[in-house]
Design a protein around this ligand. Structure first.
Ligand code: PBG
Length: 325
């Protein structure tokens, strides 16, 4: 029998050796926890389609944020559920709206935590679309003016990072100039540069109350079939001044994560493990079909191996505990 020149199994012979040779490590400091906060007490409740995730009231948000920080999570991403909605999503830019109020409260806790906010109108408009409508279409540049006001309200209330998620053309440049023009040049922009029109957002729309009343988001979010176009979206956002880029969803789009990591080596990259990704793992685990902890950690590791620097995940707090075991 001839000897093989190299036997890869030799490197896998023991746990310490495997650990020494491990290429990718997932750590709690890679994770960002999304948080939903409701303006009205009666809207604060568990989200049926996302077991383990709740919409918090302002009052119980403090404890949740403290738990996340104590677990070692380094960032939170805030989504507001407003008391009232209208055609323009006015409540989104109210300096005393739900997200600015939440930001001021969290700031006052003095935690070591990056405060990030989702900047979009879909949770605040009565029609559920991500911008100002005319003739059933989301009007790009009128929407940019609105999200500038939203980002300013968040910046004034203490956001460290604003994350435009509406896939409007020119959003990053518009936010950068609005922030710089008002003394908020230190506020960073995390661009949802590559956001697909994905069915994996289903459970989130219950959480944020942001489902469009009619139609869909395919006129602005990307076609799931397109990979090369992701590079165009990312390049435009980098040129407009994006500090960080994001790919969303994460696990079904690992090729896109890898593509952006390679094409933009200087730009930190986030990936968002979205609601549907989370709920599928949860549901399968509840049925006993898979080991939820193992599948969640393996998914997060895969996202990191594909090139993400940080991962936004509803598992953040639990994963922190699992990683410590
Ligand atoms: C839009 C927004 C969405 C998500 C984050 N920001 C939903 C959408 O585009 O319909 C989805 C997040 C998730 O599914 O976890 N503001």
């Amino acid at each position: 029998m001839s000897t093989t020149p190299l036997r890869p199994r030799r490197r896998r012979g023991s746990a310490p050796l495997r650990e020494l040779l491990r290429e990718t490590r997932l750590s709690v400091s890679d994770l960002v926890l999304p948080l939903f906060v409701a303006e009205r007490e009666e809207d604060a409740r568990p989200i049926a389609a996302m077991p383990g995730v709740v919409r918090h009231s302002l009052a119980d948000l403090d404890a949740e944020v403290e738990r996340a920080a104590a677990a070692g999570v380094r960032g939170v991403l805030l989504f507001g559920v407003p008391a009232r909605k209208d055609a323009k999503g006015s409540a989104a830019s109210d300096p005393d709206g739900i997200v600015p109020r939440a930001l001021r409260r969290i700031k006052a806790l003095g935690l070591e935590l990056a405060l990030m906010t989702d900047v979009c109108l879909c949770g605040y408009t009565d029609h559920g679309h991500c911008g100002v409508l005319a003739g059933g279409h989301v009007v790009n540049d009128a929407t940019l003016e609105r999200i500038q006001q939203v980002a300013l309200a968040h910046a004034q209330a203490g956001a460290d990072v604003v994350a435009p998620s509406g896939m409007m053309d020119g959003a990053v440049g518009a936010l950068r100039s609005a922030l710089d023009g008002s003394g908020h040049e230190q506020v960073a922009i995390l661009s949802y540069a590559v956001k697909y029109a994905s069915a994996f957002y289903g459970p989130f729309r219950e959480a944020a109350g942001s489902a469009p009343r009619s139609g869909d988001r395919r006129g602005h979010q990307m076609d799931p079939a397109n990979g090369r176009e992701a590079l165009l979206e990312a390049r435009l956002d980098v040129d407009e001044g994006a500090d960080m880029l994001m790919v969303k969803p994460a696990l079904p789009y690992l090729d896109v994560v890898r593509g952006l990591r390679d094409a933009f080596p200087e730009t930190p990259l986030f990936a968002y493990q979205v609601s549907g990704e989370y709920s599928m793992i949860r549901a399968a685990a509840e049925q006993g079909y898979v080991d939820g902890c193992a599948v969640a950690l393996e998914s997060l590791l895969a996202i990191k191996r594909a090139g993400a620097d940080a991962i936004i995940t509803y598992f953040a707090k639990e994963a922190a505990a699992w990683l410590r075991r």
